[in-house]
Design a protein around this ligand. Structure first.
Ligand code: CA2
Length: 166
């Protein structure tokens, strides 16, 4: 079973309570329920967490390296400032999808730059809560394809072993 860690950054605990014209009316709990429902359909184990602290996010990304197959993260405002989160994602070496509810490229100039995009498998921005579901499907397909390849494409070492050569 594929395991995916989903991380929500600072202030996303306020979803549905304020700034509804930008971030919509869905609460974080309702968003997590929608993600969990799709994960069940895809037979993916998801672990969902939110923190307002950069350190928590870094720790959870580090932990994911040995316990999960991929990460979905909305780093919220840390997208535009956190080299620590970028470095943690690069060090974890897991396929990671960056999600934003709003289209960050249509908003203020300071939101156009993402420190995360350069180490992410991809970025989804502007689709609201659906963005997380697109990310889950995309990461599921990516991981299934790469795991399938591992099973069907023998490594050079195993090819040599089969042939009895070195
Ligand atoms: O569009 C996104 O998902 C963002 O990551 C959201 C961040 C923002 O700093 C990024 O530029 C884009 C802000 C999250 C704050 O969420 C709130 C939700 C409800 C009420 C207030 C803030």
């Amino acid at each position: 079973m594929l395991r995916i860690r989903v991380l929500h950054g600072p202030n996303l605990n306020l979803l549905g309570t304020r700034e509804q014209s930008i971030y919509g009316t869905l609460s974080l709990d309702a968003l997590d329920s929608a993600i969990t429902k799709l994960a069940e359909e895809l037979a993916v184990k998801v672990d969902l967490r939110q923190s307002n602290s950069e350190g928590d996010l870094v720790t959870w990304i580090q932990e994911a390296r040995t316990r999960y197959d991929g990460i979905i993260i909305n780093p919220a405002a840390y997208t535009h400032s956190s080299i620590a989160i970028r470095d943690a994602i690069a060090a974890a070496g897991l396929p990671t999808i960056e999600v934003h509810l709003s289209n960050i490229h249509q908003r203020e100039e300071f939101r156009h730059r993402s420190y995360i995009a350069g180490v992410a498998l991809g970025q989804i921005s502007g689709f609201g809560p659906t963005g997380y579901l697109l990310a889950l499907r995309g990461l599921h397909d990516h991981l299934s394809a790469s795991q399938g390849q591992k099973k069907t494409t023998p490594s050079a070492t195993s090819r040599r072993a089969e042939k009895g050569t070195r």
